[in-house]
Design a protein around this ligand. Sequence first.
Ligand code: TRP
Length: 353
Amino acid sequence: MRVVSGIQPTGNLHLGNYLGAIRNWVRMQDEMEEANRAQAAEGGSAAKKLNECLFFLADLHAISQPHVPAELKAATLEMTAALVACGIDPRRSVLFNQAQVPAHAELQWLLSGTARMGWLGRMTQWKDKAGKNREGQSVALFSYPVLQAADVLLYQATHVPVGEDQKQHLELARDIAQKFNNDFASEDSPVFTLPEPIIPPGAARIMSLRDGTAKMSKSDPSEMSRINLSDDADEIMRKVRKAKTDPEPLPSEAAGLDGRPEALNLVTIYAALAGQSVEAVLGEHGGQGFGAFKPALGELMVEVLAPIATRFNELRHDRESLDAILVRGASKAREWAAPTLSAAYNALGLVRP
Ligand code: TRP
């Protein structure tokens, strides 16, 4: 298996980011490690290819919409620190930012001859982001999914962990790969592998601590609405204590959370952090009031997040270490990308030395 995934760099990382994409990446990394160990134990590891993970900051994607250059740079470094703090190990996974690997932009152009306007025009993310003002959007926003296809095809990705909202972009990547292989490669030596999306089952949607109907967000003006990855234990406990709730005790079954968005959110967070189902959490805590449940939630949160916050706060301002991580990752990524990029140039009849 070759696992490849990207994330757009944003600043002010919070619990929602962790329980969304990041934790899932860490799981994939650990599973691949496990698989490699099992494979080695069976013997014959020299002959078999190892399972690998590549994770990158999609900084090239970030310029498809208006942005502030200094903020993009800061966010790219901050996101790198967060990924490492959360458990992405740059020695076991290849961790890099796209901008240091020119092959992404190159392959995007090569694939632009294959991708069709109609395919891109049907992308729901394009339609949502462009809204009524399509003419005013950047070309990059429209061709965003072609860059995303290049991101994964470049490394012969077999599996791509993404959220539900990115499934359509992955299907497009498969269509592009298929058409390119059909048009420019022979059947027995395709240029690209068709990647499989992996959508984590039941990825938790984490909502604001002040409003159970709004997503937890870095742009919410209230600091009390989110748990930041940089928060220390006192801040976490204080925010959980002040989280909005209702006066009822917790129900003992999930149906009892209907119409109680704040209660649902706190139970969802607990379940995600404990690696349990909502039903299991209610089985244990049903009947409790928030006076009892909140401290339990706060303690669990501190247990999981405090070590992350410590590493994150150490690393986020350590520019030298962050640069070193990204330089090393990018150099590996460039090496791994080279054969496929060459094959794509060749297949198209482009003359290169
Ligand atoms: N578009 C993805 C998102 O917004 C990020 C991304 C860019 C990505 N390139 C990718 C994800 C390649 C998976 C594979 O979440």
